[in-house]
Ligand binder design. Structure first.
Ligand code: C2E
Ligand code: MG
Ligand code: MG
Ligand code: MG
Length: 277
């Protein structure tokens, strides 16, 4: 992948995604119809708080069930949608679906939150904090019920505007976390300037922690730095008990991964919560 910087966004260019792939055509032309026809949905993956062993919240992960191409993976279609306006439509859909569910779920688990992935183009829209505020008001939800997950590269696209917008979101009570921490190209200086609530350690450092001693050093140092900066740490991609115990011993505050649960269809979360509360 080569990162191509423009004034609006960092576009990850993958030479394999040439213009003629059916997927690309489907994504770039069929999104409105896909939303109208309910091909898009959101799956929710639980986050476990290590101090209590309880569910703290969920991450919202978009799904696209295409009538022709079957289940499309977000890691395939999100990069395509990020190049154009499509990502705004997808994020709008994810936010609306999520807030609608949150109203119901918070009756069962009052303090819970849902984390939503936010791409550069979406974050850097001047209107974004206003749209988030309007949505929160429409659903009568507090800002703290929503977490925005940003990657380090998102902060690089237009750092000045990113700082401004993140402060506006923070003023609404909305929490902001760094996703895939440790895999971006950015310096750590943003950690001093931004009102962040957590760092989410990338799966690549978590998955083979038992076999790779460097990963353990990286996780341990990240936890120490984050805690000294007053930030929480989330470990993503925990698939087995050994990794869970290691992440707990290293001080991670929240755990996400297949060990607890794969992402769950939105309509099944209420039942899941009743069983696992
Ligand atoms: P991400 O934000 O880092 O999300 C975590 C990904 O890891 C998800 O993949 C999740 O299903 C997967 N995962 C969680 N636990 C485990 C585990 O224990 N083992 C393994 N092998 N994988 C695990 P998913 O759902 O395919 O999403 C891939 C990426 O697509 C996300 O990575 C995120 O960058 C992007 N994405 C998904 N939904 C959205 C969205 O609504 N908006 C935007 N902008 N990006 C999204
Ligand atoms: Mg994420
Ligand atoms: Mg992640
Ligand atoms: Mg990731």
């Amino acid at each position: 992948y080569a990162a191509k910087h423009t004034n609006r966004s960092v576009v990850l260019f993958d030479p394999q995604l040439d213009n003629s792939t059916p997927m690309r055509i489907a994504v770039l032309s069929g999104l409105d119809q896909a939303i109208a026809e309910h091909q898009l949905s959101v799956a929710y993956q639980p986050l476990m708080q290590t101090s209590t062993g309880q569910v703290a919240g969920f991450e919202a992960l978009v799904r696209w069930s295409h009538p022709e191409f079957g289940e499309l993976s977000p890691s395939e279609f999100i990069p395509l949608a990020e190049v154009g306006e499509g990502i705004r439509k997808i994020t709008d859909f994810v936010l609306r679906s999520t807030l609608e569910y949150l109203v119901v779920w918070r009756r069962l688990l009052p303090q819970m939150h849902v984390a939503v992935n936010i791409s550069p183009r979406v974050l850097l829209d001047h209107d974004f904090p206003n749209r988030v505020q309007a949505l929160l008001e429409a659903y009568n939800l507090p800002g703290e019920s929503v977490v925005m997950e940003l990657t380090e590269s998102t902060l690089l696209v237009d750092p000045v505007r990113a700082v401004e917008i993140i402060h506006s979101l923070s003023a609404l009570g909305v929490k902001v976390e760094i996703d895939d921490f440790g895999t971006g190209y950015s310096s750590l200086s943003y950690l001093k300037r931004l009102p962040l609530s957590a760092l989410k350690i990338d799966r690549s450092f978590v998955a083979d922690i038992s076999s790779d001693s460097h990963n353990e050093v990286i996780v341990q140092s990240t936890v120490q730095m984050a805690h000294n900066l007053g930030l929480q740490v989330v470990a993503e991609g925990v698939e087995d008990e050994a990794t869970l115990l290691k992440m707990m011993r290293l001080g991670c505050d929240m755990i996400q991964g297949y060990y607890f649960s794969k992402p769950i269809p939105g309509d099944e979360v209420e039942e899941w919560l009743k069983r696992n509360r």
